[in-house]
Design a protein around this ligand. Structure first.
Ligand code: PEP
Ligand code: MN
Length: 263
């Protein structure tokens, strides 16, 4: 079902007036974690003004350490829904467990399956039964084939709206947090009709590398980007070092549109 052979046309995912998978690159942006209501609404208004299409923010966070901030849970989802009501922007947030899919789907427009969960087949089936589009991150140790098979679980459970997201893989390189595999963009687009977006925040791990890799992702044919933005990256409760400031985000948006217009 994910294969381009059976389905030669690109899949377009519609969310209100927004189209994901079409000519115009879609920009998803927001903090790594939802940290509080006022802070989320402030950044959401700023991002909307600067050209973001979708607001991101984690409420259930898959942290490497159990002692790190784990997210605000349902309270965070409520703040995301408030931010959507105020800005009109659709919201995306991660769901980590099959039992939580119903709850998260009540509040968000797009369900994110994180890199660590890409082969949680019970979760893939559960989001496959949901009516919400799914943003499926590539696992950091998974091949493109495994990623497309993960998409197949969701599609075969009845949900046709899957967005593939390349977010960097583990390699021997330590200068960056992950190695953003931009090969995966044309490869996934060749093999599949599903929209492909790129996360240069997790893909590099350092804010200084995010804008160049965002430009490269668009040049490689990505249908959009998902990036972390925080008003004060030094104070972020998670992933501050890879978060853009709003000023940097504005520069990124202007540059990716130039790249897009040139190709
Ligand atoms: C995130 O989007 O904040 C996140 C945890 O992403 P990933 O699953 O790619 O690590
Ligand atoms: Mn993050």
């Amino acid at each position: 079902l994910a294969s381009r052979e059976e389905h030669p046309e690109d899949t377009l995912i519609r969310l209100g007036t927004l189209e994901i998978g079409g000519r115009r690159p879609v920009v998803m942006a927001g903090p790594c974690s939802v940290e509080g209501r006022d802070a989320l609404i402030d950044i959401a208004l700023t991002l909307k003004h600067l050209g973001a299409d979708v607001l991101r923010g984690g409420a259930f966070k898959p942290r490497s350490s159990p002692y790190s901030f784990q997210g605000l849970g349902e309270e965070g989802l409520k703040y995301l829904a408030d931010a959507r009501a105020i800005t009109g922007m659709p919201v995306v947030s991660e769901v980590m467990e099959p039992q939580a899919v119903g709850l998260v789907a009540e509040y968000v427009d797009i369900l994110q399956v994180g890199a660590r969960s890409m082969q949680n087949y019970a979760l893939l089936r559960a989001v496959g039964h949901s009516h919400r589009p799914v943003l499926l991150k590539r696992g950091f140790s998974n091949t493109v084939e495994e990623w497309l098979l993960a998409a197949e679980y969701i599609l075969s459970a009845g949900n046709p709206n899957v967005i593939l997201c390349e977010r960097g893989i583990r390699t021997f390189e330590t200068a960056t947090r992950n190695t953003l595999d931009l090969n995966a963009v044309p490869v996934a687009r060749y093999l599949s009709h599903l929209p492909v977006i790129v996360d240069p925040s997790h893909g590099t791990g350092y804010s200084r590398y995010v804008i160049p890799m965002a430009r490269a992702a668009i040049a490689a044919g990505a249908h959009g980007l998902i990036v972390e933005v925080h008003p004060e990256p030094d104070k972020a409760l998670s992933d501050g070092q890879q978060s853009l400031t709003p000023t940097e985000f504005r520069q990124m948006v202007s540059q990716i549109h130039k790249v897009h217009d040139a190709i």
